[in-house]
Design a protein around this ligand. Structure first.
Ligand SMILES: NC(=O)c1ccc[n+]([C@@H]2O[C@H](COP(=O)([O-])OP(=O)(O)OC[C@H]3O[C@@H](n4cnc5c(N)ncnc54)[C@H](O)[C@@H]3O)[C@@H](O)[C@H]2O)c1
Length: 444
């Protein structure tokens, strides 16, 4: 996909999605997040808060995008086990809405996040993308497989291009605390014994999340059209090995063995050769290095100073930057309009200096609306205020007021222009023009 492409990332506020957004930015693309919650990691990235349930909302978010990377889902197998109806709503109907919105908006590609759990009930020594699958036991797997089937049908019926990615077990910074590596690290850091399900000999194809995100972005390449890829680590790691690695990185801890979970993926080897050959993608982070990076991130995130002092500094820096931006913009336009004002008086009642200040007044709503990124509910209030200003200005200019309140007669042209400026500015709030990244509140 061409550099600078616009890509919607559903679930972009989540664990894998946030890394995909990082990778898209690094590759020079323009990500837009679609999620039910704001991103804790990318406050400056274009974002739409919405639910996959709302087909019109998904369409609106997708409009103008070149591709969608669809990650939003109920991704925790225990949550799915506890509430299968909600999992069906998010994983199955949600995927259908993404595909339908992509069809309606003529979006070039849907990249769908599936899982190697699709192989969990297939008896084979080695799992490849082309092999026939068996009906899954776990409902989570059924919902993800349904999404894969919908991708195929949309390609057949409507010619919508897809890429299916079956992820290995991701781990790394920002992971959900309940996942296996975070849970073990958490216990080890707290000085508690590590819990291993079964005898610990069952293995997993873990994949370090930053490597995984790189693979997801590679899947936007034309070669991946209507293809399925396993994105997995380069070797199996047993659960016992996970516990031992965590002990080695964090420090000594005891290991407790407990019964296995219902429907858990038994862990046959999954082959990543197709992704290597066609996408040129291989994971590059060794398991122990990945665990080290996760532990470092977790310790950094737990350091109180990171949360308080820099946050205040960030706000001050952002305010200074935004003020500089507003001042610079005002100066440029003032210089331009001084020139204009010298040449063309705006209204027969205004001299050139009054005209200059009037033009600044006309620009005020445009600066307000277009110079900043307004979030709801402030954006709605601003829009209402701008409409109010437009209506009042028009009323003052056009209504034949009695002599006692004859406000408009002197500056009718100016008031009409002010109404137009306020109305035009209202549209700018709608388009939510974002400040360039360097002006953003967090600086990263
Ligand atoms: N984490 C894993 O172990 C794993 C393994 C294989 C595949 N996957 C798949 O990768 C994808 C991302 O997983 P993750 O681990 O980053 O999960 P996550 O829970 O961290 O992120 C999912 C995001 O989707 C959002 N979301 C959920 N329902 C939504 C809805 N109805 N509308 C809009 N947004 C919604 C959530 O707010 C969240 O930010 C999922 O599709 C998952 O099935 C995950």
């Amino acid at each position: 996909m061409l550099r600078g492409s616009s890509v919607l990332v559903t679930g972009g506020s989540g664990f894998i999605g946030s890394h995909v957004v990082d990778r898209l930015l690094a590759a020079g693309h323009r990500p837009r997040i679609f999620d039910v919650r704001p991103s804790p990691y990318h406050p400056d990235v274009d974002a739409v808060e919405g639910d996959l349930d709302d087909l019109e909302g998904v369409c609106a978010a997708l409009r103008g995008c070149d591709a969608v990377i669809h990650l939003a889902a109920s991704a925790d197998v225990n949550e799915v086990f506890a509430d299968p109806v909600d999992a069906e709503r998010r994983n199955v109907r949600g995927t259908l809405h993404v595909l339908e919105a992509a069809r309606r908006c003529d979006v070039g590609r849907v990249v769908y996040a599936s899982t190697i759990w699709t192989y969990s009930d297939t008896t084979a020594d080695r799992h490849e993308e082309s092999m026939p699958l068996s009906p899954p036991a776990h409902f989570y797997t059924s919902t993800k497989l349904a999404g894969e089937l919908y991708c195929h049908s949309y390609a057949e019926l409507y010619g919508l291009e897809y890429t299916i990615l079956r992820f290995g077990i991701p781990y790394g910074p920002r992971a959900r605390p309940a996942a296996v590596v975070p849970a073990m690290v958490g216990r080890a850091l707290a000085g508690e014994p590590l819990t291993v399900a079964g005898d610990g000999s069952q293995s997993r194809r873990f994949v370090y999340v930053e490597d995984l995100a790189a693979g997801v972005v590679r899947a936007l390449d034309p070669v991946a059209v209507n293809r399925t890829y396993n994105l997995v680590g380069d070797r199996d790691v047993t659960i016992r090995e996970v516990a031992e690695t965590v002990c080695a990185v964090v420090g000594d801890a005891e290991i407790d063995f407990v019964p296995g979970r219902t429907g858990d993926f038994a862990g046959a080897p999954v082959c990543g050769e197709r992704a290597a050959e066609e996408l040129g993608w291989r994971p590059t982070t060794a398991f122990e290095d990945g665990v080290r990076r996760y532990v470092a991130w977790r310790q950094e995130a737990a350091t109180p100073v990171v949360v308080t002092v820099p946050a205040r500094e960030r706000v001050v820096t952002a305010l200074m930057r935004r003020s500089a931006w507003a001042l610079g913009w005002a100066l440029v336009t003032a210089v331009l309009f001084v020139g204009l004002a010298v040449l063309i008086p705006l209204d027969s009642d205004l001299n050139r200096y009054n005209t200059f200040f009037s033009v600044l007044l006309l620009l005020l709503p445009l600066w307000l609306a277009g110079g900043f990124r307004w979030e709801e509910p402030t954006a709605s209030r601003l829009r209402a205020g701008l409409w109010g200003a437009a209506v009042v200005s028009l009323a003052l200019a056009l209504v034949p007021w009695p002599a006692a309140v004859d406000v408009g007669s002197g500056h009718a042209t100016l008031l009409v222009l002010l109404a137009v400026a306020a109305g035009g500015a209202e549209r700018l709030v709608e388009t939510r023009i974002a400040l360039p990244t360097w002006l953003g509140a967090s600086g990263g």
